[in-house]
Ligand binder design. Sequence first.
Ligand SMILES: [Zn+2]
Length: 208
Amino acid sequence: MPNNYKQLIENNKSWAQKKKEYSPGYFENLKLRQEPNFLYIGCSDSRMPLDTFTQTEPGELFVHRNIANQVSITDINFLSVLDYAVNVLRVKHIIVCGHYGCGGVNAAYHGFARGLVGNWISPIRDIARKYKEELDAIQDEEQRLNRLSELNVLKQVGNLYKTHVIQQAAAEGKLDFQIHAWMLDLSNGLIMELAFEKTQQKAPLKSN
Ligand SMILES: [Zn+2]
């Protein structure tokens, strides 16, 4: 694992060289425009670069990441990304992707995190309280935290529908994108799709 930043610069040179060799014109095309079909909302965790797991290239994923993949309807950073993705880039899919073994979910559940991080992940504590009965019934702690990570993703998908951007798109009949809830299993590198009530994607939501 590199710990010298110069190694990263060297890696970059060698990557760019290989790209140029294998795909002449690659960078000329890359700099022209971005037309990604996917908005990826994921965890900041260094093990969660979705482009690696999905073999997507620069230009294919528009990305917003934060600790424990929160969809915060008061986060101007996130809302700007969503607005741009939906109304300018017109992405075809919005993916909220959590992962098992999420440190943010773990810290929220156990009350470990303090300060700003503690504040940021406090909504996960509310989820844990809401689903306390279901979670308490799971004996194995790892599995309990995994389930909480899933509930967290589903809650964030619910939050997505509460945003003005999505409500506006629904009110105007422009929900021409799909929303997906994913979990990434770091123990095998595989993506699992979580089911949720898809009909709410088509239902006319009230505009604010
Ligand atoms: Zn995480």
